[in-house]
Design a protein around this ligand. Structure first.
Ligand code: GAL
Length: 442
C-alpha cells in the first residue's frame, strides 16, 4: 500500500468516526433517563434473546406457550423468544437435560420448576436467584394465594413466578361409552368405580386408559390420596410418616386392582395417547391432570382434539371428592442467566393478568392469580376455579410438590419394579426404605 493510499484510508476512518459519534449522540438520549427502557438496552448493546426451558411440546401446553411467545415477541421485537423445550410429559426427559445444563453452568434465561419440594432442590443447590424485587415491583404478593407463595419461598424469600394451578385428581370419561356400557353415573366412590370398570370391561372397551410410567405414578398418587385422605397423605412426606401402615397397604392393593383394568400397551403411550382412547370411545375412563382439558378442548390447528361441550365428562377421582390434588408450574431466574434483564422482564410478564388469562384457558389450568376473569375459561375450568376455593388441598407427588427429586426418583425405581412383579409387599418395603432415607431431609 502506498503512503497516499494509507492517508486516504486514514481520512476515511476519521469521517467514519465522526459519523459514529453523531449516531451515538442521537441514539443515547432515546435510551437514557426518561425514555421507556427496552429489554435490549437493559441487558446489553447486542440484540438479546430470551431462552425459556420447559417441557411444553404437545397438547394445550404447547398451544398455551405459543400464545405467550406471540405476546412476548410482539412486545419485545429486539429480544426474541428462544423456545428451549424438551419433549416428554411431566418433564420426565426435560428435567434430566436441565440438570446437566445446570451442572455445566449453562442455564437458560428461565426454566420451568414445580412449586414445592422440586423448586426447593434448585434453591438449596444455589441454582436460582431470589426474586422478591419482582414481587415488589408488580405487587404479586397481593394477587397470589398465600398457600402457593409458601411453596415457592425459602427462608423468607420468593424464588419463582407461578403461572398456574393444576389439578391432578381428575377422572375423565366418555359419556356415550358410559351410557352404552350401562354405567348410569360417573363413579364417586371406590366401590362404584370398580362396578363401573367391570361394566366397561363387559361392554368390550378399555375400562381405564393408561399411559407410560409417570402417568401410572400419577394414578397411584390419586388412589393413595383417596384412601388416606389429604391429612394422611400430607403426613407421609414428613419425618412422622408411617409407610408401613395398613392404609398404605390398602392403597397399593387398590392400585394393583386398577392395573388389571388397563390397556396392555400403556408403557408405550403418552398422556395424550391415553386421553385419545377416551376421546375416540375406545376407553371409558382416564385419570390425568387437567392439562387433559386443554388437549380435549383445544383446536385441531394446535394438534388438539377440539371436542365440543358434553363430549367428555370429568369428576374427582373416586374417594377424592372435595380434595384438590394440586401442583403449579412456576418459572425461575437461574443464577448466571445469559440475559438476566430479559428473564426479569419475562417473569414480570408471566405474573401479569394478561399472561395468565391468555395462557391458562388454553393450557387447561386455572391462573395462579386470584383476580382471573372466569368468563374466559371453559366449562371444566370454571368448575375447577370454584373447587380451588372450597376443596381441601393435597400436594402432588408426581409433579413436585411433596417430595424432593431424590425421593421421587427412588419411588420411580420401586414403582418400575412393582409394575414388573406386582408384589405389593415388596413395593411397600421399598417405599418404607425410601422414606427412611429421605423424609428427614425432604
Ligand atoms: C406437569 C406439568 C403440567 C403438564 C404436565 C404434562 O408436570 O406441571 O404443566 O405439562 O406435566 O406434561
Amino acid at each position: 500500500m502506498s503512503y497516499k493510499t494509507k492517508r486516504r484510508v486514514g481520512a476515511r476512518h476519521l469521517v467514519l468516526l465522526g459519523l459514529l459519534v453523531l449516531v451515538v449522540a442521537l441514539v443515547l438520549p432515546a435510551s437514557g433517563i426518561g425514555a421507556k427502557k427496552s429489554v435490549k438496552s437493559e441487558s446489553s448493546a447486542q440484540a438479546c434473546q430470551l431462552s425459556v426451558f420447559s417441557w411444553w411440546t404437545g397438547g394445550g401446553e404447547a398451544a398455551g406457550l405459543t400464545k405467550l411467545i406471540a405476546i412476548w415477541n410482539k412486545d419485545n421485537p429486539a429480544c426474541k423468544f428462544k423456545n428451549e423445550t424438551v419433549a416428554g410429559g411431566a418433564g420426565t426427559n426435560a428435567k434430566a437435560v436441565l440438570a446437566k445444563r445446570l451442572a455445566a453452568h449453562k442455564p437458560p434465561d428461565s426454566f420451568q420448576g414445580h412449586a414445592g419440594k422440586e423448586l426447593l432442590d434448585y434453591i438449596k443447590a444455589g441454582q436460582i436467584e431470589p426474586i422478591d424485587f419482582i414481587y415488589d415491583q408488580y405487587g404479586f404478593k397481593k394477587v397470589m394465594p398465600k398457600t402457593l407463595l409458601d411453596q415457592i419461598s425459602y427462608k423468607g424469600h420468593l424464588y419463582s413466578v407461578p403461572v398456574n394451578i393444576h389439578r391432578a385428581n381428575i377422572l375423565w370419561y366418555n359419556p356415550s361409552v358410559l351410557k352404552d356400557a350401562g354405567i348410569a353415573k360417573a363413579p364417586k366412590t371406590w366401590a362404584q368405580w370398580i362396578a363401573a370398570l367391570k361394566k366397561a370391561d363387559a361392554a368390550g372397551v378399555i375400562p381405564l386408559a393408561l399411559g407410560e410410567q409417570w402417568t401410572q405414578k400419577h394414578l397411584l398418587e390419586t388412589v393413595m390420596i383417596g384412601k388416606l385422605g389429604p391429612a394422611g397423605w400430607a403426613k407421609l412426606w414428613t419425618a412422622n410418616g408411617n409407610w408401613k401402615s395398613a392404609g398404605v397397604t390398602a392403597s397399593l392393593n387398590r392400585f394393583k386392582t386398577l392395573l388389571t383394568y388397563t390397556n396392555s400397551d400403556a408403557a408405550s403411550l403418552t398422556w395424550q395417547d391415553a386421553g385419545k382412547l377416551v376421546a375416540n370411545g375406545d376407553a371409558a375412563f382416564n385419570v390425568m391432570g387437567d392439562w387433559q382439558d386443554g388437549y380435549f378442548r383445544g383446536t385441531t390447528k394446535g394438534g388438539n382434539l377440539a371436542m365440543g361441550p358434553g363430549s367428555y365428562g370429568w369428576t374427582a377421582v373416586p374417594d377424592t371428592n372435595g380434595v384438590f390434588d394440586w401442583l403449579s408450574d412456576s418459572f425461575t431466574l437461574p443464577v448466571g442467566a445469559p440475559d438476566r434483564a430479559a428473564a426479569v422482564k419475562w417473569l414480570g410478564f408471566l405474573g401479569s393478568k394478561k399472561a395468565q388469562d391468555t395462557f391458562n384457558p388454553v393450557k387447561g389450568s386455572i391462573p395462579a392469580r386470584k383476580d382471573a376473569n372466569p368468563a374466559l375459561y371453559g366449562p371444566y375450568l370454571k368448575w375447577n376455579l370454584k373447587q380451588w376455593k372450597t376443596d381441601k388441598l393435597a400436594g402432588s407427588l408426581m409433579h413436585g410438590v411433596v417430595a424432593n427429586n431424590a425421593w421421587n426418583a427412588t419411588i420411580d425405581t420401586a414403582l418400575g419394579l412393582f409394575l414388573q412383579n406386582k408384589d405389593v409387599a415388596k413395593f411397600q418395603k421399598a417405599l418404607v426404605a425410601a422414606a427412611a432415607k429421605y423424609a428427614a431431609t425432604n
